[in-house]
Design a protein around this ligand. Structure first.
Ligand code: SF4
Length: 168
């Protein structure tokens, strides 16, 4: 069976990237993907000390880069989700948040959102009508930040609201 491990990174395990990659290989996974702990859903009831600070995210990226150098992709594909945002210490980081620009999310009530993690009342950017996606807002951000991380982990709702500003 071909499988990939998905691992949530928190303050408990962010220093264990190499160990987790070794374990993934031992388990026979073809890849591993690290995702950032997001303060939403059931996680809201958990201790917020699980959330990584910006310094800890930098440390996570350092370990990730070092670990990627140790393994060929044929041994283990090592991915990370956009929820960590841009690696501020890497010039070669090609991170670009696609929310609302290259990607939209449509919920069963035909509302359109910029990202699955931002599918919340008040953050609609449009509507699906007669099979067409009609956007009534525009996304005003350069893609350098993960909007979900800003909203859920960094309490930066004002910034996200500005990014999803309504057209006048
Ligand atoms: S806000 Fe952007 S980077 Fe963050 S999870 Fe959504 S699409 Fe990915």
């Amino acid at each position: 069976m071909k499988f990939k491990l998905l691992v949530t990174i928190s303050t408990d395990n962010y220093k264990m990237i190499d160990q987790m990659c070794k374990k993934a290989i031992l388990l026979g996974a073809y890849g591993i993907e690290f995702t950032n702990f997001l303060n939403q859903g059931n996680a809201k009831n958990m201790d917020s000390s699980n959330l990584l600070s910006s310094e800890q995210i930098c440390e996570f990226f350092e370990q990730l880069q070092a670990t990627r150098k140790k393994y060929y992709k044929e041994q283990l594909v090592i991915d990370r989700s956009g929820l960590f945002g841009k690696n501020q210490n890497s010039r070669s980081c090609h991170f670009n948040c696609p929310a609302g620009c290259d990607m939209v999310v449509i919920t069963p009530d035909n509302n359109v959102y910029s990202c699955l993690f931002l599918a919340k009342p008040g953050l609609e950017i449009g509507k699906l009508i007669d099979g067409k996606i009609l956007l009534n807002d525009y996304i005003n951000h350069d893609g350098n930040l993960c909007l979900a991380q800003e909203m859920c982990n960094n309490n930066n709702a004002k910034f996200v609201a500005k990014v999803l500003k309504k057209q006048k």
